[in-house]
Design a binder for this molecule. Structure first.
Ligand code: ATP
Length: 270
């Protein structure tokens, strides 16, 4: 299978800061992949590497089967992205910003009106981008990502700034694009609820490492099982239960919802 995103051994340091230590990704065509992690986990850095905006210290990336290094223009023509750095021109209107994007991507004349319809931006078409509310700025960013009808969308925190109704709307839009047009969506979020509702698969990133992937079937089940061990010395128990000859006082499976699971995997309280 040609993966929509294939990344191996990605790592990135900023001086002494190891922002990404080890991330491997194999995102299947047509799936919605939620890249979930707490603030500072390394999501944005990973996305910037995927898009070739920064050079990894280690690792390789292929998007839609091709390497960005070998065919940057060809690959990016099929990819839509939303990243912080790619802000709209504040003094140009919504329509003008989209018109620029349309020319850059050589999209048909109708694409601007179409995408404004998709993101419900028609009422703001003649407003300067710099004067938009946070939520409508985000809609404009999404519109720019979608305008050329890419096969792959890479979105950093797409729900940022949207109100609850906007979040539901964008969620519906991404689901439709995946289901009806086979678009692959890779989206990052620090909100468990958001990815849980939308993603076919969730990758949990913690301190620069992809620590786990959970698929839709598991997400739908809503709970997974952990083994709770009651031992005299709980700290030592984790290391080498049997080998250390620790006397266990109890061993019981405990149902765990995704939220507790996520918190446990990322070192939070549950
Ligand atoms: P958030 O949800 O807060 O956006 P994130 O998961 O996207 O977090 P990153 O932005 O990738 O996390 O940051 C990962 C780590 O790398 C953080 O500790 C951050 O401070 C650090 N970092 C990111 N970019 C730089 C940079 N240009 N220079 C130095 N450190 C950086």
């Amino acid at each position: 299978m040609t993966y929509a995103i294939s990344a191996q051994g990605l790592a990135k340091n900023f001086g002494p800061v190891k922002a990404v230590k080890r991330v491997d990704l194999a995102v299947r065509p047509g799936e919605i992949y939620g890249f979930l992690g707490r603030n500072g986990a390394g999501k944005t850095t990973t996305i910037r590497m995927l898009l070739g905006l920064i050079r990894p210290n280690a690792g390789t990336v292929r998007l839609l089967g091709s390497s960005l290094r070998e065919d940057r223009a060809g690959v990016l023509a099929k990819v839509g992205c939303l990243v912080e750095s790619a802000a709209a021109y504040p003094n140009l209107t919504v329509r003008e910003n989209l018109e620029i994007q349309r020319r850059l991507t050589r999209s048909p004349a109708a694409a601007v009106a179409e995408v404004m319809g998709l993101l419900k931006l028609e009422d703001f078409a003649d407003r300067r981008a710099g004067r938009l509310s946070l939520g409508n700025k985000q809609r404009l960013s999404l519109a720019r990502a979608l305008l050329h009808r890419p096969k792959l969308l890479i979105l950093d925190e797409p729900a940022n700034g949207l109100d609850p109704a906007g979040i539901v709307e964008v969620r519906g839009l991404l689901r439709r694009l995946a289901d009806e047009e086979g678009v692959t969506v890779f989206m990052s979020s620090h909100l468990l609820d958001e990815v849980e509702q939308l993603a076919d698969r969730v990758g949990i990133v913690h301190e620069g490492v992809l620590v786990e992937e959970v698929d839709r079937a598991e997400l739908r089940r809503g709970s997974r099982v952990a083994i709770e061990v009651a031992a005299e010395d709980a700290a030592a128990a984790g290391d080498a239960l049997a080998a250390a000859g620790i006397q266990t006082l109890g061993l019981a499976p405990v149902a765990e919802d995704l939220e507790s699971h996520f918190l446990r995997k990322t070192g939070g309280q549950s």
